[in-house]
Write a protein that binds this ligand. Structure first.
Ligand code: GDP
Ligand code: MG
Length: 316
């Protein structure tokens, strides 16, 4: 309750002063005339004293499991507000339903419900098409996947459809040679379809590289659709983890339209804020399938799961 005294030459001036200072909800507690002046005492309920039982209950739950570190970390990482709101609502529900207190435990559970994680070398679909913007790390991710397969004793075949960037194939071919992996180049969907089909009879995995495109240029997007239409494949979007969440989400939507259902964050070693990838995976319903955390092929891919994501978000 806020209480205030007012002195004015007449009652109507005094009432104007009350309304101006305390608002229309003010209540007159006392009203007195002395020496030709009006003395008024008025009061108003302060906003925080207004009791909304649901809000109070929610606040209590927030404080009991310590939502603040999660809220602050999501803001630091630049997660889009709408996704942050979803994460926080889910965390609140998990904390109250399971009686959890520890923010990291709550966030880990939240991420396990919100996101899907899959091993890139799961056998669900033997053909993997890598797509993304130029320089997003497609060829590096393919070489790393091939290295990981080799480590597991599995043979892979790499097919490049990237005839745009000078030297792009040479680099990937050099990696393939080091990894003793077969490297093929295809021009046109018909040739791609036949080469991939033939390769599948020999190799458990076929990794397809595509030209990097600007998702905001229609003509470039149209270059990729014949590739994804020619093959029944898992389409993986390689995305620089350090992009801002707005651009990342807009770009990812275009790649989703091209068939991307998996996201492989790249340049994680150069990134402090992972709001973009948290936003994209939720907005575009994409599964995580490993992450690139260095430019070294030998390092391979880092596994990514609900615990590592929660750890990254809450890291000091
Ligand atoms: N530091 C770092 N560099 C990376 C990573 N992934 C790719 N790169 C580098 O980024 C550049 C572009 O990668 P590249 O695979 O050629 O991209 P593409 O155009 O999408 O095929 C190369 O210099 C890579 O060595 C990563 O996870 N960390
Ligand atoms: Mg490339």
């Amino acid at each position: 309750m806020k209480i205030k005294n007012f002195i004015a030459p007449d009652i109507s001036t005094a009432m104007d002063m009350v309304r101006q200072e305390l608002g229309l909800d003010a209540v007159i507690i006392s009203n007195e005339s002395k020496n030709g002046e009006v003395y008024i005492t008025a009061a108003v309920e302060e906003a925080q004293e207004i009791s909304f039982s649901d809000t109070e209950e929610e606040e209590l739950q927030i404080s009991s499991y310590g939502e603040t570190p999660i809220r602050e970390s999501l803001a630091y990482h630049g997660v889009l507000d709408i996704i942050s709101g979803r994460i926080l609502a889910k965390c609140r529900k998990i904390a109250s339903e399971r009686g959890l207190q520890n923010p990291k435990e709550v966030l880990e559970r939240c991420f396990s419900e919100m996101y899907r994680f899959q091993d890139i070398l799961s056998r669900q679909n033997p053909i993997k098409i890598f797509m993304g913007t130029p320089g997003s790390g497609k060829s590096t991710a393919i070489a790393k996947t091939a290295a990981q397969a080799k480590f597991k004793g599995e043979r892979v075949c790499i097919i490049s459809t990237d005839n745009v960037r000078a030297g792009a194939n040479k680099q990937l071919q050099a990696f393939a040679q080091i990894l003793e992996t077969d490297f093929l180049f295809c021009k046109g969907e018909r040739s791609l379809y036949e080469t991939a089909r033939k390769a599948l009879s020999t190799y458990p995995y076929v990794l397809v590289d595509t030209p990097g495109i600007n998702p905001f240029v229609k003509a470039q997007v149209e270059k990729i659709s014949p590739i994804t239409e020619a093959l029944k494949a898992d389409c993986i979007l390689t995305m620089d983890a350090g992009r801002n969440a707005y651009d990342a989400a807009e770009a990812a939507e275009v790649f989703y339209g091209l068939g991307a259902r998996f996201i492989m964050p790249t340049r994680m070693d150069l990134t402090r804020r992972i709001g973009a990838i948290l936003t994209v995976a939720d907005c575009c319903d994409m599964s995580f399938c490993g992450a690139s955390v260095s430019d070294s092929i030998a390092t391979g891919l880092a596994a990514i799961d609900n615990k590592s994501l929660a750890g990254l978000v809450l890291a000091e």
